[in-house]
Design a protein around this ligand. Sequence first.
Ligand code: PMP
Ligand code: GLU
Length: 400
Amino acid sequence: MKNSSKRLKRISVSQTLEMSNRSQELKEKGKNVIDLSIGQPDFATPEHIKKAAIDAIKKNFTFYTPVAGYKELRMAIVDKFKRENNLDYNINQIVVSNGAKQALANAVLSIVDEGDEIIVPTPYWVSYAEIDNLANGKNVFLPTSIENDYKITPEQLRKAITPKTKALLYSSPSNPAGSVYTKKELYEIAKVVEEHKNMYIISDEIYEHINYVSHHESIAQFDFIKDRVIIVNGVSKGYAMTGWRIGYIATTPEIAASCIKLQGQYTSNACSISQKAAIAALNGDNIYTLGMNAAFKKRRDIMLELLNDIPGFRTNIPDGAFYVFPEVKEYFGKIKSYITIKNSSDLSMFLLNEANVATVPGSAFGNPDCIRFSYATSTKKIIEGIARIKDALLKLNENL
Ligand code: PMP
Ligand code: GLU
């Protein structure tokens, strides 16, 4: 937009949401589109959580809540950290927001000043770079590769740190590559950060419950660094609650207070009814979460096998989250009729137009050699979607 602020001009539209919207529009026009773009569980929110929300409405929990969230919810989050992560927090260290996305934005906007550097390993989740841009911070991207499972090394991190470094911002399990850092790897990263007293770690743990290899490890477990870690988490992924918009942070009381100050002028509390639902989610039986995790693992295996059967596609083995992020660069330079595939965006658009399958180009995640497939959808759609992609790509090969 011509008249938008400079701030707005610094950021771009969310590519994940854009691709998903595009596929929705095509569906509305009658096209049989398979959406492998958006990452959200296709499971319904469990009944006991929905019931808690209905009860909340009936009991008139319909007023403003404290900006940081109901005490009962923050207590449930404190308990969750103790029970699941063996981490001790007090209620004044927890802030509930409108999704993990707002929690992240609060964290970045609270600590980053103009020109501060934020180290972001690539591939990264789309919104990291844009939230940093919004805060007028400088993204310092650290490239990773398929050979090391898209993880950074401590040496790489050490070299990237300068006196201007304010934070390291990453996710584990990661979106889009599904990488899961081991306890040892996190320890080594924490040791590097320990040496730099003005530096924070923003640890996005939203995929904590979608992990196929290990119990979740948080970098906040290392006491020597804990007071410089901002954990971001939420109920969207682990409890199939993306639309309810409940995320949270755990951090020092000072940073929590900054986030409350910011949120108090911006959006106030997250939805009161959703907060009541989140209490039921966190305090309830985790059998649903475990069931989803098992279903996602089966789908991952199917998707991996099918994608690796496509000539020119190369994948790592994602250990968590619900995405596969194959390298597809062998297709760049190929031509079909008047279409030339120059990059991941062209390939993603080609697959949408030619195969009616929505994906997200890797460029949105800072790795233009790849595209992202979400398997948070039915096995039937995964199988059909990848079969269509394979056919479309064969046509591309025939034209050479
Ligand atoms: N972090 C990552 C890595 C994500 O993939 C997402 C996407 N949902 C979020 C944060 C934001 O989650 P929420 O829906 O709770 O805002
Ligand atoms: N996190 C999901 C994804 O990466 C949801 C979309 C979004 O919020 O960006 O697809």
